[in-house]
Design a protein around this ligand. Structure first.
Ligand code: FAD
Ligand code: PYC
Length: 417
């Protein structure tokens, strides 16, 4: 793969950019691979990239039913942070945050990771207590997080209304300075290009329709719209469709799939310098490099596979944004969209082996898996290559729903569910 460099850009400019190779040429599937990854989102593409580049497994295919990056990878609001309460979660998400650093250089593709800080607003005594508990727990785990007074919140993010008679008064905030955003498409495209450079085949428009198992129960390969493709190891990274795919192997997964929405405003000059989240009122906001305000909402109350959500959720979110930042009451919204998120009972992911030999799973990231992309991808690749989990993802085994060793970030209420 020809590298992006000053010299190559200059040389290509002189010949009208005709010499760049295709990033991911269309491939017909081979009869068999060593590893098949189901799902070309950031996680699946990243897993293929790390399998080939780091763990020495090069005969790999990624099978995607639509187009790569067309699922949640290309639909999310790109918030990156690792300020989770439990030790297991902090280690998992901080593994990813550490990989975000240097990812553009590693992939030779600008993923536009911007450490502009994630500020979580406290509106009531419960928020204050919960955030301070998170701050202490995070610091014990080497994860940065600090308490800000309302005045310090305002200084960090000037559009905030911190007047005491505001509808949702800001009585403080928790700031993770290493948190921020990245460019979602670039993450999928960068991993895809990197994977292809290491020999991975990416097969788009090819839904997996079945998982074939041998007489001993082990995986033999996948049935697809383009026929059977053999592989002794299959990694499923299908986000909102995971339970459907796992059912093909005869497994029931503890997942529910919900629509989650986001929307953007017309572009304006830089005004929101960081990411602001208000978990209590279910709203969060940042500003993209194009100038659009990127606004996210909570999930619908009802399970669904339609990639659109209920209007009242958007209205509620916009009302909350206007109450927290009244300066935006006259902004016009440009477009909204939805994705399908896969939610576990404890709101923590499942990442590891399954009861079916040769079948691995990475799912249950719910509303919060973009931030985990490099970490989840690396750990899925590690688990497949070693047929054993890494110490970081070992606690996120499916078995915890049988043993009761949950990692209950839902109860810890660290995110806007
Ligand atoms: P996806 O991109 O969804 O990849 C899964 C792929 O599997 C899809 O391309 C799908 O087509 C494919 N697939 C499914 N079934 C099959 C099949 N049978 N055969 C072949 N392929 C199949 N997370 C954050 O950390 N921060 C945020 O700010 C944030 N905001 C969000 C906002 C919205 C509106 C949404 C919807 C999600 C948000 N998330 C956020 C969550 C995050 O997007 C997901 O957790 C993450 O993207 C999931 O991993 P992925 O990128 O690999 O998934
Ligand atoms: O996990 O930080 C998050 C998040 C924000 C919006 C959706 N998910």
């Amino acid at each position: 793969m020809k590298r992006f460099s000053g010299l190559n850009l200059f040389a290509e400019a002189l010949r009208g950019h005709t010499g760049w190779p295709e990033h991911w040429p269309d491939k017909e599937p081979k009869k068999a691979y060593d590893v098949i990854i189901v799902g070309a989102g950031g996680h699946g593409l990243g897993a293929a990239y790390y399998l080939a580049s780091k763990y020495g497994v090069r005969n790999v295919a990624v099978i995607e039913k639509g187009w790569l990056g067309g699922g949640n990878a290309g639909r999310n609001t790109t918030i990156i942070r690792s300020n989770y309460l439990y030790d297991e979660s902090a280690h998992l998400f901080d593994h990813a945050v550490k990989l975000w650093d240097g990812l553009s250089q590693e992939l030779n593709y600008n993923v536009m990771y911007s450490k502009r800080g994630v500020l979580m607003l406290a509106h009531n005594v419960h928020d204050v207590q919960s955030f301070k508990r998170h701050i202490h727990a995070n610091r014990l785990n080497g994860v940065d997080n600090e308490w800000l007074t309302p005045e310090e919140c305002k200084a960090y993010c000037p559009p905030l209304d911190i007047s005491p008679n505001a509808r949702h008064p800001v009585i403080g905030g928790a700031l993770q300075r290493r948190g921020g955003i990245a460019r979602h498409d670039s993450v999928a495209w960068g991993y895809a290009r990197g994977a292809v450079a290491h020999g991975v085949d990416i097969i788009q428009n090819c839904a997996v329709t079945g998982i074939r198992r041998g007489p001993d129960g082990a995986v033999l390969g996948v049935e697809t719209e383009k026929g059977f493709i053999g592989a002794k190891k299959v990694g499923v990274s299908a986000a909102g469709n995971t339970s459907v795919v796992m059912k093909m192997a005869g497994l029931d997964f503890p997942l529910e799939s919900y629509p989650l929405q986001a929307l953007v405003s017309e572009p304006v000059k830089p005004i929101v310098p960081c990411v602001v989240m208000s978990n209590t009122v279910h709203a969060y906001i940042s500003q993209s490099d194009k100038g659009e305000l990127v606004i996210g909402a909570g999930t619908d109350q009802y399970v669904s596979y339609s990639q659109r959500g209920a209007l009242h959720i958007l209205e509620h979110t916009l009302a909350a944004i206007c109450e927290i930042m009244p300066i935006f009451t006259r902004m016009r919204m440009l477009r909204s969209w939805g994705g399908i998120v896969d939610v576990t009972p404890d709101r923590s992911p499942i990442l590891g082996k399954t009861p079916v030999p040769g079948l691995y799973v990475n799912c249950g990231w719910g509303t919060g898996g973009f931030k985990a992309t490099p970490g989840a991808a690396d750990l899925l690749a590690y688990t497949i290559a070693h047929d054993a989990p890494h110490a970081i993802n070992a606690p996120f085994h499916l078995d915890r729903f049988r043993t009761g060793r949950l990692i209950d970030e839902a109860a810890a209420a660290a995110v806007a569910h």
